[in-house]
Design a protein around this ligand. Structure first.
Ligand code: MEV
Length: 298
């Protein structure tokens, strides 16, 4: 009964601490996968049972893994929240690639799984940098740089002092990541003199941010998050709910907060110097209708 064999795969969700959008254009970014956010799939050989777009993505994943002439039925056992800029499509592509790897005993390396998942991401996001699939694959904090289509440089980093993070959902999803990435590119091409300065400022900000994280300079990290948020806002990526959440987070003594992921809704990430403060902020936000979850890094 070879066809009844099951393959299981996991992919992780993520929060980008610094550098969404800038990363698409070759700048370094800082990302953390969140172990509490994961997608788990079980697959077996059989007719496709997912929607058309997902199957299209999975076919590209299979091609990259060197698998031909097979189809799979897929059961999603657990999922990263969808449409929230937390990397759900990347987590799904990685989970599928890992499940195929297990089922067909392909013995692919993490790098090969990552590259295959990126191929699937192209269907969802058009020109993905690869940051989401990399976080989904490796499941740890990374400095990520896009070197070219499907080519990445990935480095671990040290966290000097624990980063107490509250991830807040705006409850909005006004534009897809594909649309926000296209908008940033359009503005970059339309107004290069101005936007180049915004991008260069991010380049400087990244260097300050990685140093501050490694040295545990929490208040400065928070300030840099606020600045990064300002830079992202230059591309209309913030919304009324994002700004309301930021005001409440300030009231609750967050050190800083910013859009995380594509923006135009989705989630914010905010930094606190203790778990207690982060959890008190979660209560305040809840009283105003915002859902959030706490996670610690380092
Ligand atoms: C999406 O999680 C992050 C973006 O920078 C897009 C990408 O890197 O592919 C907005």
């Amino acid at each position: 009964m070879a066809d009844e064999k099951i393959g299981v795969g996991v992919g992780y969700g993520k929060v980008i601490l610094f550098g969404e959008h800038f990363v698409v254009h070759g700048y370094d970014a800082i990302v953390a996968s969140l172990p509490s956010l994961k997608t788990v799939v079980e697959i077996k050989e059989g007719p496709w049972n997912m929607d058309e777009k997902v199957v299209e993505a999975f076919k590209r994943v299979l091609l990259a893994l060197g698998v031909e002439g097979k189809s799979f039925s897929v059961v999603v056992k657990e999922t990263v929240p969808i449409g929230q800029n937390l990397g759900s499509s990347a987590a799904l592509n990685v989970a599928f690639a890992r499940a195929v790897n297990e089922l067909l005993e392909l013995r692919k390396s993490d790098d090969e799984i990552n590259k295959a998942a990126w191929e699937g991401e192209v269907i969802f996001h058009g020109t993905p940098s690869g940051i989401d699939n990399s976080a989904a694959t490796y499941g740890k904090p990374l400095v990520f740089k896009r070197l070219g289509p499907g080519k990445f440089d990935i480095k671990p980093f040290n966290v000097g002092k624990p980063l107490h993070l509250l991830v807040v959902s705006t409850g909005q999803n006004l534009k897809s990541t594909k649309e926000t990435v296209a908008y940033v590119r359009e503005k970059k091409e339309q107004y290069p003199a101005m936007t180049n300065r915004v991008f260069e400022t991010y380049g400087f900000l990244f260097k300050e941010a990685i140093k501050a994280i490694e040295e545990g300079e929490l208040p400065y990290i928070g300030y840099l998050m606020d600045v990064d948020h300002g830079l992202l806002s230059c591309f209309n990526l913030s919304t009324d709910k994002t700004e309301l959440a930021r005001l409440l987070l300030q009231e609750a003594r967050a050190l800083g907060s910013k859009i995380t992921g594509g923006g135009a809704g989705g989630n914010l990430v905010s930094l606190f110097d203790s778990e207690e403060k982060a959890k008190a902020a979660a209560e305040l936000l809840k009283a105003h209708g915002f859902k959030s979850f706490y996670s610690v890094l380092g």
